[in-house]
Design a protein around this ligand. Structure first.
Ligand code: ZN
Length: 185
């Protein structure tokens, strides 16, 4: 299946757990509107779509900058994800977190083959620059709030495995797929 963005913009290769960039703190982006940053955003969108991801952070393509794409949509890796336009969030900060937390299944394009039940805040209010450089503020809930918190962790050098509370909360990808998608296995 080809999509317009995949044809126009080259994908980047995704680095895997063990690569030192995944453990670094990502830098702020100075000039959001520069052609380099705009190109990186397009490449991240093409990369996350091709990989059936619902989000990606620039450190995952070995660019240690605070750029994330939140791109929730139903796909074979996340059949029940809500649909939204891929959204670039640059230099984000979390303004408020709900006290309520919930555990949900996560995977990571940089940690293939494993899923974990990860506790996250149910709701986060965040501020970020959009790809035009405009400051945006939004309250995210549920699965999209989870994606944001997962990608935000990548800016701190964290991966979801760091937040799993017990090894009993880990599954391999095949077991996870059989659980959420029994008709496909
Ligand atoms: Zn990840």
């Amino acid at each position: 299946m080809t999509e317009p963005t995949s044809q126009l913009h080259s994908q980047r290769s995704i680095i895997q757990l063990g690569h030192p960039t995944l453990r670094q703190r990502a830098r702020q982006v100075r000039d959001v509107r520069s052609s380099e940053v705009q190109q990186l955003i397009d490449e991240l969108i093409a990369t996350v779509e091709q990989a059936n991801g619902v989000g990606i952070a620039a450190p995952q393509v070995d660019e240690s900058y605070q750029i994330m794409i939140v791109a929730s949509r139903p796909n074979p890796r996340y059949p029940f994800a809500p649909e939204m336009e891929p959204t670039a969030m640059i230099n984000p900060t979390i303004l408020a977190r709900s006290e309520a937390m919930e555990k949900g299944w996560e995977g990571c394009l940089s940690v293939p083959g494993v899923r974990g039940l990860v506790p996250r805040h149910c709701e986060v209010t965040v501020e970020y620059q959009d790809r035009a450089g405009q400051l945006q503020q939004i309250t995210l809930t549920g699965f999209v709030a989870r994606i944001f918190q997962h990608e935000y962790d990548h800016f701190q050098g964290l991966v979801f495995l760091d937040r799993v509370e017990s090894e009993a909360d880990l599954l391999d990808e095949a077991a996870y797929q059989a659980m959420v998608n029994p008709e496909r296995s």
